[in-house]
Ligand binder design. Sequence first.
Ligand SMILES: NC(=O)c1ccc[n+]([C@@H]2O[C@H](COP(=O)([O-])OP(=O)(O)OC[C@H]3O[C@@H](n4cnc5c(N)ncnc54)[C@H](O)[C@@H]3O)[C@@H](O)[C@H]2O)c1
Length: 498
Amino acid sequence: MDLPGHYRMTSPAVSRETTARSVDVADQHSVQTEQLGRPLFFEDASGLPNRSELYPTRAAVQATADVHVIDLADEFARRRAGSDVAIVGLGYVGLPTSLAFHSAGRDVLGIDVSHARLDNIRDGRVDLLPSDRVRLGAALTDDRFGLTTDATMVRTANTVMVCVPTPVDEQLAPNLAPLQEACATVVAQARPRQVIILTSTSYVGCTHDLVVQPLRERGFVIGEDIFVAFSPERIDPGSNGHAPEDVPRVLGGATAACTARALSALGGCTSNLHPVSSLEAAEMCKLVENTFRAVNIALANEFAEIGRELDLDITEVIDAAATKPFGFMPFRPGPGVGGHCIPVDPHYLLWQLRRRRVSAPMIEQAMRGIANRPRMVAERVRTALADNGTRLTGSRVVIVGIAYKPDVEDVRDSPALEIIERLRASGAHVVYYDPLVPSVRLPGGAVLESIRDPALADADIAVLHTSHTGMSLDWLMHQSLVLDTTYKFTGLPHVLSL
Ligand SMILES: NC(=O)c1ccc[n+]([C@@H]2O[C@H](COP(=O)([O-])OP(=O)(O)OC[C@H]3O[C@@H](n4cnc5c(N)ncnc54)[C@H](O)[C@@H]3O)[C@@H](O)[C@H]2O)c1
């Protein structure tokens, strides 16, 4: 079996040329550093915590029972003036972001409410690209990189970046609790001349509501004595092709001065910044990017259905269309979408529009279509087995790859979870094989462990859901029935495409 390289949604090569409005901030940053000479901290004495508050003794730190500290006292004793950058939320986005800042020579403090997360980071038990893993090793042995659960330490930083999750609840309404909590702390601890940058995807107006307005209520004049911006994340987990510092970054400030300060603060870490005119334009930019992807994935899924009806190999057709060097971007059909972006972000926009009694039928339809895919997969398993003379109830099914995309451990909103739940609810015996996900808790609470050798599963059907780089799939050649939800293995009689 010819095993193609794993499927990636391809996008046009991102130009590393600076766009007309982009700013090379490296110069700005060095100017700022020279002008300031010493850290901002000592210049703005008014309203600042005193030194003993900033650099607590070990005894004082250990006495704070609810704060888990990793060598914090030692670490901050070594610091001359707190951190340069504080990253709030060290997940899939925040951790690589903090490593990118650190490797750019910045003094970084990583803050996360989760003790377990910090322990995992310290032990290297985190899902990172190999290049970021190397960076983590270097950061953990450097006193310019600190970790703490004490969110009040944001006050020690010149720049604060907020990278906390922005999920939706079961009704698909935004769950803003983590972002509200993080912003409330940042606002409460804010001090003059800090630069505060929100990066979590959210609704349009969120930065104003959660940061700008509360800071005003504290008496700050935005753009004069404190600076606020929104700069959405564009991290591509699992992909080596897009290091954070190489990906152009959009940024909008609350005022022109905020934009300038935020551009300066991100300097050295990102070479290509694209300022926009407002916070809201930057917030909307992220929603446009991910809604665009959602709609195009839904369209690719629909074309896959059309291809099946017309007996056409949709992968061949999309590959052919992708030879057009302009006006076409290939999106691929699949079993659904997962992760923290596509199944979630467009709902922030739809929620905001619903409150204004505005509909967006194309986006709504796309999100419904995407959400229906796991159900379709389960149904296809049923009919494929029936065509082979096997009932779903009592059948043995192996799901191959359960992460939401290749080369990540992330199973958040992975379509595989719903597929497994549905098949189990129909009485199938379901096992899974995913070398990156040793065990998984299903939404219903059951915990499954990855089997070691799928070839020995003796399954009535194998469902290919995600193929990680290097994952051996040769055994599928000897499998009697395969349902390929990735649309990569075509032309083999025992392999059905979704
Ligand atoms: N994952 C992606 O591929 C991706 C890509 C682009 C943008 N984003 C956006 O970036 C944001 C973060 O996503 P993520 O995938 O990194 O989330 P995540 O769940 O992987 O990590 C978030 C981290 O924030 C921590 N946290 C939660 N509340 C906190 C608080 N109040 N203070 C400090 N830490 C807190 C959590 O413990 C967790 O470790 C989201 O808005 C998401 O939409 C994600």
